[in-house]
Design a protein around this ligand. Structure first.
Ligand SMILES: Cc1cc2nc3c(=O)[nH]c(=O)nc-3n(C[C@H](O)[C@H](O)[C@H](O)COP(=O)(O)OP(=O)(O)OC[C@H]3O[C@@H](n4cnc5c(N)ncnc54)[C@H](O)[C@@H]3O)c2cc1C
Length: 386
């Protein structure tokens, strides 16, 4: 695939070399055991790539979202899965944008070096789902600090993280004028909290994702855990979502290229009826279509990244990038499995694993319907539906 004008060519080469140490066999083995890819995450951390968004003054490389997107795309293009560590790149954005100077100087250099892992992000709850304004987890003032009670679900990587960014209610819903007001963001020290009011239950899922349910039972949180102003947390979380959408979109693009390359190679090699299956246009066209869709989606990821990096509003583009990229990776996944016939179901080809992994992006971190609703309402001015 043409990458000749890519200004991140050197970064991509380094990623490819690093990912070469983590072939399909490594991921298959972890998948069977449902184990966390610790070695891969260690290698990514030591390489410094996870600190790419952290400004140089805090020990990162301060390169911006376009570079981060190239890194994640390339990881996925190599058949690896960055979901185990991608959050270390962007969750810190909330501290960078809204944290106090002392929070920034205490945490960011350690996150950049990997000494501290900030991998967990607790927003989703069982009863509120996508409607995060209805979360029920509360943080009630107690002296200078807070007492947290409630439950989160799908809190990923929390067992492999030192810190968690938590969204909790500090005022009851309805007390404030707007529905997104009255929520606050806290930086929770998981190491100190487990066994002292924080309980973690792993959830077994169709992909190897280290995701969990998290229970808060009178967890005492010190006052300096609050990030920014009390009651404004929902806005801070929204601020971070554009970065997340762009970066997840870039992982989808990487997955799509992986499926396309895998299918192309197989279609050239596999002979049925005395000729390569790729000689049949019925096999060629879905591959070509998936390629065209991926190239187009990649342009939207690049547009959103460029806007983000120049500080311009990119809400619409980040949402469209995530949706188009997730659609292109899912189309490519289905095409790749079909091209492989029965062998697509065999673990050793990695197609079924990547197929399961890339399906997630139709749902998380935001489902396709909710993106369409955003475009309809905020871009096209259609009436609000919820
Ligand atoms: C593996 C995994 C990892 C995750 N990791 C994290 C994490 O680290 N931290 C975190 O906070 N969350 C995480 N999530 C949660 C994820 O963001 C949510 O699952 C997602 O936002 C959807 O919420 P829900 O599952 O409650 O679905 P629901 O909100 O119950 O929605 C169910 C379905 O109904 C549709 N729907 C709902 N409302 C509407 C509407 N108004 N119009 C049209 N369609 C609608 C949705 O599109 C969806 O298809 C993770 C989820 C998974 C599966």
């Amino acid at each position: 695939m043409a990458q000749e004008f890519d200004k991140f060519g050197d970064i991509r080469l380094s990623i490819r070399s690093l990912c070469g140490n983590f072939p399909g066999e490594y991921w298959r083995d972890l998948d069977r055991k449902k184990s966390y890819p610790s070695q891969f995450v260690k290698a990514m951390t030591e390489s410094g790539f996870l600190g790419v968004l952290i400004p140089e003054q805090y020990g990162g490389s301060g390169m911006g979202i376009s570079a981060a997107a190239a890194i994640l795309e390339e990881i996925h293009k190599c058949g690896c899965n960055a979901a185990a560590c991608h959050a270390q790149m962007y969750i810190m954005g909330t501290i960078l944008r809204h944290g106090s100077n002392s929070q920034k100087s205490e945490y960011l250099p350690k996150i950049a070096s990997g000494e501290l892992r900030l991998q967990a992000f607790g927003v989703t709850e069982p009863t509120s789902g996508t409607d995060a304004t209805r979360i029920k987890t509360t943080a009630v003032r107690d002296g200078d600090g807070y007492i947290v009670n409630g439950q989160k679900v799908w809190t990923s990587r929390v067992e492999h993280s030192d810190l968690m960014l938590l969204l909790a209610r500090t005022s009851p819903r309805g007390e404030k004028e707007k529905r997104h007001e009255g929520m606050s963001v806290f930086l929770i020290d998981i190491r100190e909290s487990v066994g002292n009011g924080l309980t973690i239950h792993p959830i077994s899922t169709m992909i190897n994702h280290a995701t969990t349910e998290v229970f808060f039972d009178d967890l005492c949180v010190p006052p300096d855990s609050l990030v920014g102003n009390e009651g404004e947390g929902f806005k801070y979380i929204l601020d971070g979502m554009n970065a997340e959408r762009i970066l997840i979109g870039s992982e989808c693009i990487g997955d799509a290229y992986w499926f396309i390359e895998k299918a192309t190679n197989y279609a050239k090699e596999r002979k049925v009826f005395g000729r390569a299956i790729g000689q049949n246009q019925g096999v060629q066209f879905p591959i070509a279509k998936a390629y065209a869709a991926t190239e187009a989606a990649k342009l939207m990821v690049e547009k959103a990244s460029a806007l983000f990096d120049t500080g311009k509003d990119c809400g619409a583009e980040a949402n469209m990038a995530k949706m188009l990229a997730a659609d292109s990776s899912w189309e490519a996944a289905d095409m790749c499995l079909q091209t492989h016939g029965g062998y697509g179901f065999a673990e050793e080809y990695d197609v079924e694993r990547k197929f399961r992994e890339t399906r997630l992006y139709q749902i998380a971190p935001i489902s396709t319907n909710l993106i369409l609703s955003y475009i309809a309402e905020h871009v096209l001015g259609l009436p609000r539906s919820y």
